[in-house]
Unconditional design. Structure first.
Length: 644
């Protein structure tokens, strides 16, 4: 684990990225809120204590419970470094509380009494994505029998532009919040603070659940997904993408999609950006929600009621009805009587439990990022970003399924065995190659055949390797910086500024520290383990030089060539995501951090991917809070990772 021990900065009244030092216009930070100046004596005292705490945590090494202590160190370190104090009377005591909690856990680390604590408990885990500690809060009823598997209620919080680690932890150490079931544990997921439970925060939800399951007896078939406001939006998209993980889903307020919520038309943005709304827009995945009980809630005076109506319309378009409670004369909050109805619905669904092997499965997606539902898995699409479906039934005559835009499929229901029958789009197939993973089927034209292999030969877009660029940030990645300057000084300045911008944006927005190495320090184990984010051209970065010849984009000292399009290398930078030629099971990304930027942080509904699989950037326009430069060309690769 990489511990976060670094010099902290005295709080500033404003903050801009270090691009200003590179001669480029500064990009003001939007999230989290800029803090207020604190008394210098307090900052000095806290800094000294933070450094001492970091040394103590580092001395522990990497034992299993290290994150239960290091979350406190990170919370204080980030608050100091990034200016996250907003009220001296309230926030300085939080910092002292944070130090006290860490010291108490250090003093009793071998006994770890907090692991048997009930009531309000702060825990932490080490994120696989960036190796940094991430907190979560627990509400454990005093009388709950922890010797037996119990339900887990997953609660996703609302938007809090200043509720960073320190403030989140202090809050959940004192307040159980709105739901307190007597028969279940509640986990309050931090989710990287304020990104709508998208991107890395989506992974965080499942990492937090897994950590709770590893330390408490949880019934995997009685996990409820719930949230309000930003958390309601998170519940919508997580529920729609991963319905098979939960016994039920509840969404209170929160957006459901991008266009209607923001009053946008596809023509208002580049075509590829409108297509990428389909990454998180829950109506595009609504059929998945038909697999589980779902209840929505809105106040009739809440502007976010619109999201519940939109989701209800998506249900109706497929002949279904969404349970949507609307409280009269109520704004952006729960009406107590209606919250009781919500809890009654959720409690009943949890008591019934999740069926891990249903006889009927609805599956809907637009991308292989979200490729499975129960025993149905799409392994290849005919074309990404089009509506893709499987409806599958287990019958006395075998499994019968209809598909849309599916090119390759896995079915893994126990009924699948050699000699059994599967009917795909009216075509009967007798199974002869089933294994412990089920059976695989591929489509050529209108004809389905059983196949022995999971994926086709050669490169293909497949689950976990399908793009777009931002997909690299949901799993473990390594940033690789160049050890030499780029051939073009303009490109070199941009690479230095944007790579710094990404690292600092990841820290403040995504609440972690990315793994970073120079190209000359990257090992074979790094290549085997991580997705690589390479900054710089072949002259600057030896890893870029190794992979570039095997990418569909060619970048020489004179030109950038992609398909029939050519751009001068001077003043232009290519960016792309592609299966790493040095390890095709992982990605390589060239010259890109998160593609949504500070200007999109004004609302969580806009924190979506802004670039597809590849782009070419003209550097005549400096990076702004919306773009890294002028995008002169951009598109998706085809299903075989080739230029369209």
């Amino acid at each position: 684990m990489r511990l976060l021990i670094a010099p902290c900065l005295v709080l500033l009244s404003s903050f801009t990225w270090m691009q200003a030092a590179e001669g480029l216009p500064p990009i003001p930070r939007k999230l989290p809120d800029i803090g207020k100046a604190m008394p210098e004596a307090d900052i000095t005292r806290l800094q000294t204590a933070c450094d001492a705490l970091g040394a103590q945590v580092l001395a522990l090494g990497n034992p299993p419970l290290i994150a239960d202590v290091s979350v406190y160190h990170k919370a204080l370190q980030f608050a100091l470094r990034w200016g996250e104090f907003y009220d001296a009377k309230k926030d300085l005591p939080k910092a002292d509380w944070c130090l006290k909690q860490a010291q108490e856990r250090l003093a009793t680390f071998k006994q770890a009494p907090w692991t048997a604590q009930t009531g309000l408990v702060i825990r932490g885990y080490i994120s696989a994505i960036d190796g940094t500690p991430q907190p979560y809060g627990l509400v454990i009823p005093d009388k709950l029998d922890l010797s037996k598997p119990c339900p887990l209620y997953v609660w996703l919080h609302g938007r809090g532009s200043n509720e960073t680690d320190l403030h989140f932890m202090a809050k959940h150490a004192k307040s159980p919040d709105q739901i307190q079931p007597a028969h279940a544990i509640v986990v309050h997921v931090f989710g990287r603070q304020c990104v709508g439970y998208k991107n890395a925060a989506e992974t965080d939800v499942f990492e937090a659940i897994a950590h709770v399951q590893a330390h408490y007896k949880i019934d995997a078939n009685r996990i409820a997904l719930m949230g309000f406001s930003m958390g309601g939006a998170g519940a919508k998209h997580l529920g729609a993408h991963f319905a098979d993980h939960f016994a039920c889903m509840h969404t209170g307020a929160g957006f459901a999609e991008t266009a209607q919520y923001q009053n946008l038309k596809p023509s208002d943005v580049p075509t590829y950006e409108a297509i990428l709304w389909g990454q998180y827009d829950s109506p595009d995945y609504v059929r998945n929600l038909f697999n589980i009980p779902v209840i929505a809630y809105s106040g009739d005076e809440d502007t976010q009621m619109k999201a519940g109506i939109i989701l209800g319309e998506a249900y109706a378009a497929h002949g279904k009805k969404l349970d949507h409670l609307i409280a009269p004369k109520t704004g952006h909050k729960y009406h107590p009587d209606y919250l009781k109805q919500v809890m009654s619905f959720v409690d009943k669904a949890v008591a019934t439990g999740r069926n891990p092997q249903p006889d009927h499965v609805y599956f809907q997606s637009k991308t292989l990022r979200y490729s499975s539902m129960y025993w149905v898995e799409a392994l290849e699409l005919q074309q990404h970003w089009l509506d893709s479906r499987v409806d599958a039934d287990v019958t006395t005559k075998g499994i019968i399924a209809t598909t849309k835009n599916i090119a390759r499929l896995r079915l893994s229901h126990p009924a699948i065995k050699n000699g059994s029958s599967v009917t795909l789009d009216g075509q009967a197939i007798k199974i002869s190659n089933s294994n412990k993973d089920g059976a695989y089927f591929s489509r050529l034209g209108d004809n389905w055949t059983e196949t022995k292999t999971k994926y086709p030969d050669g490169l293909s877009k497949r689950p976990g390797l399908q793009g777009p660029i931002d997909d690299v940030f949901v799993r473990p990645f390594l940033v690789v910086l160049p050890s030499k300057p780029c051939a073009d000084p303009v490109v070199d300045r941009w690479v230095k500024a944007e790579s710094t911008h990404f690292s600092e944006r990841w820290a403040t927005l995504m609440r972690g520290t990315p793994r970073v190495k120079q190209d000359r320090d990257v090992t074979a184990d790094d290549i085997a383990t991580y997705h690589l984010i390479l900054w710089g051209d072949a002259a600057a970065n030896s890893l870029t030089a190794q992979v570039m010849a095997k990418l569909p984009i060619q970048w020489s000292t004179t030109a950038i060539q992609i398909g029939a399009q050519q751009f001068p290398s001077a003043g232009h930078v290519p960016t792309c995501i592609y299966p790493n030629p040095l390890n095709p099971n992982n990605y390589v990304v060239i010259n890109s951090g998160l593609t949504f930027r500070e200007g999109h942080d004004r609302t969580n509904s806009l924190q979506n991917p802004k670039l597809p699989d590849w782009a070419v950037i003209d550097l005549k326009t400096p990076p702004t809070d919306l773009v890294p430069g002028t995008i002169v060309a951009a598109d998706f690769f085809d299903e075989r990772w080739q230029v369209k």
